[in-house]
Design a protein around this ligand. Structure first.
Ligand code: ACO
Length: 309
């Protein structure tokens, strides 16, 4: 028996903020943003939509697509660094709003690697047959902590949620291998101070290029796969240049790199499941495909998974 994804869902706010809109707000240009990051536009949630609202919408869709009801969920995990408030957790708010049973619920704080941490936590409970259906949500309302006066970070982020129900799948399916890690000495490169996000972009860039490449290669090796076996690489959608570097490190063709960064920007914990949900919905990712998911984020943290869909 493997541990895999039974259903997936997403929520993206309606409001689109383009690079051209940003040109009117700060000293930047569409050209700079596009060439440095690959981002063309991002979504921004309205004032009445908080993190838990977005989590709820995505979770509802994932539960429906998994063919279960909220009452069938055994554990709720929410990966976020932008909760409505420090406590109660978004996962507890979700338990109530979904009408789930009084099951355990906890938030995971691993920034952009949060969904990878959630998946691997879920896998342990599924492998040990402790729980059957586990809801994992990656959700961020980054616009709440964006410093709109800092052009070097404000252009990068967006709001979104994506969710998955994980559970037992066939032996040859689900998670084939994984890697998780952290290096707290790099915490100084990406953190929240007061109510604002602060980042040393160059240091994060260097770390991301090295770590994403190495982790992706290691999960492929651990799963006993060859590079030809990989159907799609889904890296954390932070910056096209970082994503491209991990594709080159895996030495796979360009068309195997899944990209949503141009339309959503960096949505932190929701970025990987959102890219997954988009490409499952549009039929690109098909039953039996081998996927490599790899993320990095504040902490510093990282995580990677090789998975058969
Ligand atoms: N518009 C125009 N000019 C800008 C902007 C902007 N939005 N932002 C910065 N600049 C300027 C800088 O001031 C600098 O000017 P200077 O040379 O006169 O000082 C110049 O552009 C070049 O800046 P660099 O920092 O060298 O640009 P770089 O090529 O490193 O790109 C970027 C910056 C895009 C932020 C890059 O470093 C990066 O992507 N880093 C990784 C960030 C990341 O992925 N973070 C997510 C972490 S995940 C999480 O946990 C949230």
């Amino acid at each position: 028996m493997g541990a895999g994804i039974l259903g997936i869902g997403k929520y993206i706010p309606e409001r689109v903020l383009t690079n051209f809109d940003l040109e009117k707000m700060m000293d930047t240009s569409d050209e700079w943003i596009k060439t440095r990051t690959g981002i063309e536009e991002r979504r921004i949630a309205d004032d009445n939509t908080d993190t838990s609202d977005m989590a709820y919408y995505a979770a509802k869709e994932a539960i429906k697509n998994a063919g279960i009801t909220a009452k069938d969920i055994d554990l709720i995990l929410v990966a976020t660094v932008t909760p409505d408030q420090p406590f109660p957790s978004v996962s507890c708010m979700l338990q109530d709003r979904l009408g789930a049973n009084h099951v355990p619920a906890m938030d995971i704080s691993a920034a952009c690697s949060g969904f990878m941490y959630g998946m691997i936590t879920a896998k342990q409970f599924i492998d040990t047959k402790t729980y059957t259906n586990i809801l994992i949500v990656g959700v961020e309302k980054l616009s709440k902590i964006t410093d709109w006066k800092d052009r070097s970070t404000a252009v990068l982020f967006g709001d979104a949620a994506a969710a998955a129900v994980m559970g037992p799948v066939g032996d040859d399916k689900g998670i084939l291998s994984f890697e998780l890690g952290s290096d707290g000495s790099g915490g100084k490169y990406l953190y929240q101070e007061g109510s604002k996000l602060v980042m040393n972009g160059r240091e994060v860039f260097k770390f991301a290029v090295r770590q994403m490449g190495e982790s992706a290669v290691r999960v492929v090796e651990k799963a006993g796969l060859e590079k030809e076996d990989i159907d799609y690489l889904i890296p954390h959608q932070a910056n096209i240049r970082i994503m491209e570097a991990s594709r080159q490190r895996l030495d796979i063709p360009e068309e195997k790199l899944v990209k949503t960064v141009h339309k959503y920007g960096n949505t932190s914990a929701s970025s990987i499941p959102l890219a997954l949900a988009d490409n499952v919905e549009n039929g690109k990712i098909k039953d039996g495909d081998v996927l490599v998911l790899v993320g990095f984020g504040g902490g510093l943290t990282w995580g990677a998974v090789a998975l058969r869909w």
